[in-house]
Design a protein around this ligand. Structure first.
Ligand code: NAD
Ligand code: UFG
Length: 341
């Protein structure tokens, strides 16, 4: 059985679905601080099975000890965490407590229970403002410009030290680039509980009429059209990467680091134009100054994951945007139905 912390969230839910579709038993632990219980129904509808669920906090050692005692868990995917960059600047202690403290508590409980296979949701943000593109795993980790990024790097360092001290561990640090998109059914996707910070969820809310315009942060970067360039990856490709990485963990020891990206960079304006083409909906734009802490360019060299895991991202930007739009329309329709009934 695989324990997914934060499994009711955007990425964790897609990982849960992918694992269940290939026959694994999944237990989700989530405190639902940024997700909804209804996500479990969505996973059940798509997989034909219901994942186990415990509503609880990853920082609660007593609860974790009970969970490991009660279930035959042999690996953990640790997605639980806080991820809003701006909020992390305002509330750094909360971010360090959850993202670093939560990881320490989880690792302690795992070691106590004799479970040593762990996949961690890390981020390309740990590379900081890298001078050369694409970024491979040998690039030095940089100086993340906000507490969120710092907390991810600190959590990575905690696990690196832990593995050096105890050779039973097998830890995979998955450095995600920019996950977007949704399940192709349109029944599972990102459901922000507050104003979105990231490009795609904000753009979707503008396109569906919930917000007036998309702010484009900075048009004077050293990029072809002056807007920020990122490596957008379909969330289902990302989830498939977790499945491959979990398989690899079972036959290895130590720490492995894998970039999960496509190797392609798209600017903000390229994403907007591609979305307009795919959806047929115009997105009003407002050009604003650069967002504090943003970098100009960031895309992956994904070769290590290909060579070591046999994994590569297969879904195009158009596909990511079409799937995300289908999900947004579905959510909208669901909300309208709930209001009517
Ligand atoms: P999300 O907010 O949708 O999911 C995180 C889940 O963790 C939520 O369901 C939330 O309720 C839960 N959670 C938070 N704190 C918890 C706690 N103390 N105990 C138990 N559950 C808790 O975010 P996501 O986009 O699915 O991201 C998952 C992970 O991937 C996070 O760790 C995030 O930092 C990392 N990551 C995300 C991105 C991205 O762009 N989405 C990029 C890089 C890394
Ligand atoms: N952007 C806008 N308008 C918006 C939101 C974003 O123009 O309303 C721009 C940003 O300036 C940037 C690009 O769109 O150029 C992507 O921004 P996101 O906020 O979507 O993503 P980031 O690259 O800033 O960060 C994301 C996650 C981090 C993760 C990182 C990994 O938020 O958690 O990807 O690359 F670490």
């Amino acid at each position: 059985m695989i324990l997914i912390t934060g499994g009711a969230g955007y990425i964790g839910a897609h990982v849960a679905l992918e694992l269940m579709q290939q026959g694994d038993d999944v237990l989700i632990l989530d405190n639902l601080c940024n997700s909804y219980r209804s996500t479990l129904d969505r996973i059940a509808a798509l997989s034909g099975r219901r994942p186990g669920f415990i509503q609880g906090d990853v920082r609660n050692r007593g609860l974790l000890d009970t969970v490991f005692a009660d279930y035959p868990i042999d690996a953990v995917v640790h997605c639980a965490g806080l991820k809003a960059v701006g909020e992390s600047v305002r509330e750094p202690l909360r971010y360090y407590d959850t993202n670093v403290g939560g990881t320490v508590t989880l690792c302690q409980a795992m070691a106590h229970a004799g479970v040593f296979n762990l996949l961690f949701s890390s981020s390309a943000t740990v590379y900081g403002d890298c001078a050369t593109m694409p970024i491979d795993e040998t690039c030095a980790t940089g100086q993340p410009t906000n507490p969120y990024g710092q907390s991810k790097l600190m959590a990575e360092n905690v696990m690196q030290s832990m593995v050096c001290s105890d050779e039973r561990w097998s830890v995979g640090l998955l450095r995600y680039f920019n996950p977007i998109g949704a399940h192709k059914s349109g029944l599972l996707g990102e459901a922000p509980t507050s104003t979105p910070n990231n490009l795609l969820p904000y753009l979707l809310q503008v396109a569906s009429g919930q917000r007036a315009a998309l702010s484009v942060f900075g048009r004077d970067y050293d990029t072809p059209d002056g807007t920020g360039v990122r490596d957008y990856i379909h969330v289902v490709d990302l989830a498939e990467g977790h499945v491959k990485a979990l398989d690899a963990l079972r036959t290895q020891r130590g720490v492995q680091i894998w970039n999960l990206g496509t190797g392609l960079g798209y600017s903000v304006l390229e994403v907007v134009r591609a979305f307009e083409k795919v959806s047929g909906v115009q997105v009003p734009l407002v050009f604003e100054g650069r967002r504090a802490g943003d970098i100009a360019r960031c895309w992956a060299n994904p070769e290590k994951a290909l060579n070591e895991l046999g994994w590569s991202a297969r879904r195009s930007l158009d596909r990511m945007l079409a799937d995300a739009w289908r999900w947004e329309c579905h959510l909208h329709q669901e909300e309208a139905t709930t209001l009517v009934s």
